[in-house]
Design a protein around this ligand. Structure first.
Ligand SMILES: [Zn+2]
Length: 284
């Protein structure tokens, strides 16, 4: 109860800030939607890489972006814009390199059948890996939506480090989220944009079978799009992710993703909490 009160109070005190923060982020989102890849504009020559992005850009994002009013065209997007990162679809070369290599030697291949490209494995839109996940990578539904969908419990796989039993465990969505959110509300001012020790060295659950404390380690799917982010958040076990996995989260949720693990871990905690409750004290 006390925790919940703290969280509510923190939320209220940040309301004004958050309204502003939300609207500026909203604007960013809108800009992202209206910024088309160069191939969609009357600009030569159509690069090979941005093509697969078009479906993702124009795909409506349910719940997360209800506003889609048109905005005036802005100057071309910077090359490091997050939407350009997924162009890894076609491999490591940068768009510029690809153009230099491909355009002179194989000019006829600059346009390919878009539907084929859209089906490739690196599309931004995916099949939701869990009922609580959306069809966007590293994105979960808001707490409000989850509760109204009747989802109150989040499941995930763990494996005991001692007896090696592998089993499913569950967290109560609302109470666990309030726990995490209260922790952030109380400690955020002292975190200095870096994950505290509680997050970098998470206390693992006690094993259900051998009762070893700090032993039930979450099993993190090797396929990054299958990672059970909400389960890891509620158990405050995101610190079990590798730096690469955390960077994947940040990359697909438009966060800066450079820096040491404690910084990227911090961004992941805040990013996920913000997905659950965008009015909470989760702005950087
Ligand atoms: Zn055990």
């Amino acid at each position: 109860m006390g925790q919940e009160d703290t969280y509510r109070r923190m939320k209220n005190s940040q309301d004004i800030h958050n309204q502003w923060a939300f609207s500026s982020e909203d604007l960013e989102d809108r800009l992202a939607l209206t910024l088309s890849p160069p191939s969609a504009r009357p600009r030569p020559p159509p690069p090979l890489l941005p093509l697969p992005l078009q479906p993702a850009l124009h795909q409506p994002r349910p719940q997360l972006q209800p506003t889609k009013s048109p905005e005036p065209m802005i100057s071309p997007p910077p090359p490091h814009h997050p939407f350009y990162i997924p162009t890894l679809v076609t491999g490591p070369p940068t768009p510029t390199q690809a153009r230099q290599e491909l355009v002179p030697s194989r000019p006829l291949r600059t346009r390919r059948n878009p539907p084929k490209v859209r089906r490739s494995g690196n599309s931004e839109v995916i099949t939701p890996p869990y009922p609580w996940a959306t069809n966007h990578r590293a994105t979960v539904h808001s707490l409000h939506n989850l509760l109204s969908m009747g989802i109150h419990t989040i499941f995930g796989e763990v494996k005991c480090k001692k007896c090696e039993h592998q089993y499913e465990m569950e967290f109560q969505l609302e109470s666990k989220f309030i726990e995490v959110a209260s922790f952030i509300a109380t400690k955020k001012s002292t975190m200095h944009d870096r994950a505290p020790r509680e997050w970098t060295h998470p206390l693992l659950p006690t094993c259900r079978y051998c009762e070893q404390v700090n032993s039930a380690k979450p099993i993190i799917d090797r396929k990054k799009k299958m990672i059970n982010w909400l389960f890891l958040l509620l158990g405050q076990m995101l610190g079990c992710c590798s730096l690469e996995q955390l960077k994947y989260f940040c990359k697909h949720t438009k966060n800066h993703r450079t820096g040491a693990k404690d910084r990227v871990l911090y961004l992941t905690y805040l990013g996920l909490c913000k997905q659950l409750d965008h009015t909470g004290p989760f702005d950087r």
